[in-house]
Design a protein around this ligand. Structure first.
Ligand SMILES: [Zn+2]
Length: 168
């Protein structure tokens, strides 16, 4: 029985020491826990465990599925990253990560993701897509720039900033 949102955290998300909404369910993998313990004293983890952090080893078949998808996208992911993605799929949760490759593979897999800051708070974010060739900006995600054909890079822009987007 789950009520609140479900979040899956990667190592950086833990190390960032963000504020967690305690009505949410928080999951992560044993590998992430190992990495967090290496990086910092385990005190914060203890607090999170008291708050209901659940550590799960994702299903092996799902991990394999994620590995195949990641291999075809060309993103370089660690075993830990693969497991985090697999767990997000398994638990149907929102991935909390700032890692661009993780976010990219997450979007391929249809996993929702949010950046590390304050996942408990609903903050509306919009993406902007900037051409790496001609530097034009687009509101919509596309495979390539319709003007010059270069790859687009995704950036987060705040909602307030997008209100001035009508300007040309
Ligand atoms: Zn362009």
């Amino acid at each position: 029985m789950s009520s609140g949102p479900v979040y899956i955290l990667d190592t950086a998300a833990f190390l960032a020491g963000m504020n967690l909404d305690l009505s949410s369910e928080i999951f992560s993998t044993p590998r992430v826990m190992d990495e967090v313990n290496k990086g910092r004293p385990a005190k914060r983890l203890e607090i999170l465990k008291d708050a209901g952090l659940q550590v799960f080893q994702p299903d092996n078949e799902i991990v394999k599925f994620v590995q195949e998808k990641a291999a075809s996208s060309g993103d370089r992911l660690s075993d830990t990253d693969m497991e985090v993605l697999a767990l997000a799929l398994e638990k149907d949760g929102t991935l909390v990560t700032d890692d661009y490759s993780l976010q990219n593979v997450a979007s391929i897999l249809g996993i929702e993701f949010i950046p590390v800051e304050k996942p408990g708070i609903k903050e509306e974010r919009t993406w902007i897509f900037i051409c790496q060739g001609c530097k034009r900006k687009f509101q919509k995600e596309m495979d390539e720039c319709p003007v010059c054909g270069s790859a687009l890079r995704r950036r987060v822009t705040s909602r307030s900033a997008s209100s001035s987007a009508g300007r040309t």
